[in-house]
Design a protein around this ligand. Structure first.
Ligand SMILES: C[S@@+](CC[C@H](N)C(=O)[O-])C[C@H]1O[C@@H](n2cnc3c(N)ncnc32)[C@H](O)[C@@H]1O
Length: 270
């Protein structure tokens, strides 16, 4: 098997963001959200030469193996933000059947969600063809039969989602990110909700302000090691008054340690 390709020295993902995290941030040191050795992880056909590898991921009591490759996001490990999202986002309610993994990468969110919630239909969307192939492969290899993959334009604009899970592609820039989120958040079903994980240094607070300007209710469910787990309600969803209120007041995070309390998202915190 090909040798793993490690991230280039000096992480371009972080370098490209002016408000780059401090070098002392243990999460980001441990989990560089790497781009590719050449090119970007969000290209349709990544320029980076393929370098397939397999990684082990232990999460939520499951020991899984995933095929990854250069040219996709975080190919050598589960990203720390993604891990936080998977551990801390409230589990799917029984009536949350239609789930979108927006920007699936090699598929950790789609596969773990599909395995945990076999009754759900999980749609994994990405612009990166290599990522889509890996997600399909990983879903099959891990027995997540309820995961399907699609390019964004292949999804009917009338399709609605009860839940959207997303570690957003901050690297595409603010304009692209806003367009992406505006498109897909407007496809939340009434009463649905989205969970986004964004690092403070990669603009979580300005993103919250933008979402609120679009009349989304936004709650910060967890704040840990600089990451924010945001819960976003559909625009004008009158019933969605508080974070994690949703349909079932009994919904609880999946069980990660030291979760902060949910709060209406506002300014900077720890
Ligand atoms: C930060 S990565 C997260 C990947 C994966 N969900 C994870 O947690 O490891 C964001 C992903 O969004 C994808 N992406 C970028 N622009 C997109 C777009 N317009 N539509 C869908 N996905 C997009 C990228 O290719 C990338 O795989």
């Amino acid at each position: 098997m090909a040798e793993p390709v490690v991230s280039p020295a000096g992480d371009q993902y972080l370098k490209a963001e002016p408000a780059a995290p401090a070098a002392s941030d243990p999460y980001l040191k441990a989990e560089p959200a790497s781009p590719t050795a050449s090119g970007q992880y969000f290209e349709a056909e990544p320029a980076a030469a393929t370098a397939p590898r397999t990684i082990a991921v232990n999460i939520a009591g499951m020991s899984l193996r995933f095929a990854t490759d250069s040219g996709v996001f975080s190919p050598d490990r589960l990203d720390a933000g993604t891990r936080l999202l998977l551990l801390e986002a409230p589990p799917l309610d029984a009536d949350e059947r239609s789930v979108l993994d927006l920007g699936c990468g090699w598929g950790p969110i789609a596969c773990v969600t599909g395995l945990r919630s076999p009754a759900a239909e999980v749609l994994a969307v990405d612009v990166n063809e290599r990522a889509l192939r890996l997600t399909a492969l990983n879903a099959e290899a891990n027995g997540a039969d309820n995961v399907t993959v699609a390019r964004p334009h292949e999804v009917s604009p009338t399709r609605r989602f009860d839940r959207i899970l997303c570690n957003p592609p901050i690297r595409i820039g603010k304009t692209g990110l806003h367009a992406l989120l505006a498109t897909w958040l407007d496809r939340l079903a009434p009463g649905g909700r989205a969970h986004l994980v964004v690092h403070r240094h990669l603009g979580s607070d300005s993103l919250v302000r933008w979402l609120q300007q679009r009349e989304h209710k936004v709650s910060r469910l967890v704040s840990r090691s600089g990451y924010r787990l945001l819960e976003v309600q559909p625009r004008g969803d009158a019933e969605a008054a508080t974070g994690s209120g949703h349909r079932s007041p009994s919904t609880q995070p999946h069980g990660g340690a030291e979760s902060d309390r949910a709060e209406t998202a506002g300014g900077e915190g720890p």
